[in-house]
Ligand binder design. Structure first.
Ligand SMILES: [Zn+2]
Ligand SMILES: [Zn+2]
Length: 389
């Protein structure tokens, strides 16, 4: 079968201490400190072997993620930009949906022909964080398309317990084709859902919501805020194409922070003005730029406000804690999407038509053109690029 494989050289930076665990597992905890000279190519590989608890899936739609782009992009010393857990070579692709073509003996109720989407976090269910209800903090985490083979391929094998049926999306979207595309957006949408509603426990309907950074995670945050009854949804984004998409998925006001800078004003001023001095009930960091966004967010929280951190960054951000005391406010850190009903709730919201993220899909490629697809994603001129089968 064909698969889009990312290879890179294991060449730890001189100042990076490789742990015993990393050496024996061949996994880098901080990918950007270890992997050098990444290369992406479409290769011919043998089909994955099926364990009794697995299903074999034929991917039908798989989104190109910002992480995939950061695998390929390097700094001036040739190290990849992606900072997280990684093991290469690996078939990339983790935002996907597909058709079950074979089910192992112990694969629960999944049958050939079922339409599914999958979690990307392969949590073990046995380590202490997993047993204590923190699957996204699993100590033995594997990640589809990061440490184990992903979905930019003709087939992949996944544990049945990580799959969720999306057959219900067909009625809403009118065709299996469109339902598969919506299904492939469940993973990034569940990341925002997990952060805003599971970790931070949501906001009261009628509260104002602010989203910094409108990539796919920001788009999902906007759509979910709308579905949950936000009063005003304010987004900050520099790309004009993404500003347009942010409006399409439900933002009321979309501002370019660079324009504000030119007018010698700041996002915090705009937020306070748009909320009549009350501030936002929830502020979502999806820009991955906390040194710049944190001062804006903390200065524009409503009393009882919540700051939700989803964007990844290796920089420290300054926090003025006094604001959190005077505003009875809170910061919530979140990663991942597993557990707590996140996936099934997102699928039901899509099936009910309360959220629709499909307008963010701006380009489609076949697997044969997947190298070009990821290269196009590096230009950042798209909402979401889909690889289709
Ligand atoms: Zn992703
Ligand atoms: Zn675990």
């Amino acid at each position: 079968m064909k698969g889009l494989v990312l290879t890179a050289e294991w060449d730890p930076r001189p100042n990076y201490r490789v742990t015993e665990w990393e050496r024996t597992n061949g996994k880098a905890i901080t990918g950007s400190s270890v992997w050098r000279k990444p290369k992406l190519s479409l290769e011919t590989l043998s089909e994955p072997r099926l364990s009794p608890r697995d299903v074999l899936i034929k991917p039908k739609a798989c989104g190109v993620c910002g992480s995939d782009v950061h695998f390929l992009e390097t700094d001036d010393q040739g190290y990849m930009l992606y900072p997280g857990l990684t093991r290469f070579p690996v078939i990339i692709g983790h935002e996907f949906s597909g058709e079950v073509v074979e089910a192992g003996r112990e694969a629960g109720d999944l049958r050939p022909g079922d339409m599914v989407t999958c979690e990307e976090m392969i949590w073990c269910g046995e380590c202490t964080p997993c047993r204590n209800g923190y699957p996204n903090q699993c100590q033995r985490l594997e990640e589809i398309g990061f440490t184990i083979n992903g979905a930019q391929a003709e087939y992949l094998a996944v544990g049945a317990k990580y799959c969720w049926k999306i057959n219900a999306l067909v009625e809403r979207y009118g065709s299996t084709d469109r339902a598969y595309e919506a299904g492939a957006l469940c993973e990034p949408t569940s990341v925002s859902y997990n952060a805003m509603f599971t970790r931070a426990q949501g906001f009261k309907p009628g509260g104002h919501v602010v989203v910094f950074g409108t990539g796919p995670i920001g788009f999902a945050a906007i759509a979910l805020a709308r579905a949950a009854g936000a009063a005003k949804i304010i987004a900050f984004e520099v790309s004009s194409m993404r500003q347009e998409l942010a409006r399409k998925v439900g933002a009321d006001v979309v501002l370019n922070p660079l324009d504000l800078e030119r007018q010698r004003t700041k996002p915090r001023d705009a937020i306070m003005e748009l909320t009549e001095g009350e501030g936002a009930a929830m502020l979502v960091e999806a820009a991955g730029a906390p040194p710049r966004t944190m001062p804006e967010m903390e200065a524009s929280m409503a009393v009882g406000g919540k700051i939700v951190i989803i964007g990844r960054a290796s920089d420290r951000a300054q926090v003025y804690l006094e604001h959190f005391q005077t505003h009875a406010a809170q910061i919530y850190g979140a990663q991942g999407h597993s557990g707590y009903g996140n996936f099934p709730n997102v699928i039901r919201l899509m099936a009910a038509g309360r959220i629709d993220l499909t307008p963010i899909i701006t380009s489609r490629f076949a697997l044969d053109q997947s190298v070009e697809a990821v290269k196009k994603a590096t230009k950042r001129e798209d909402g979401k690029i889909m690889i289709r089968a």
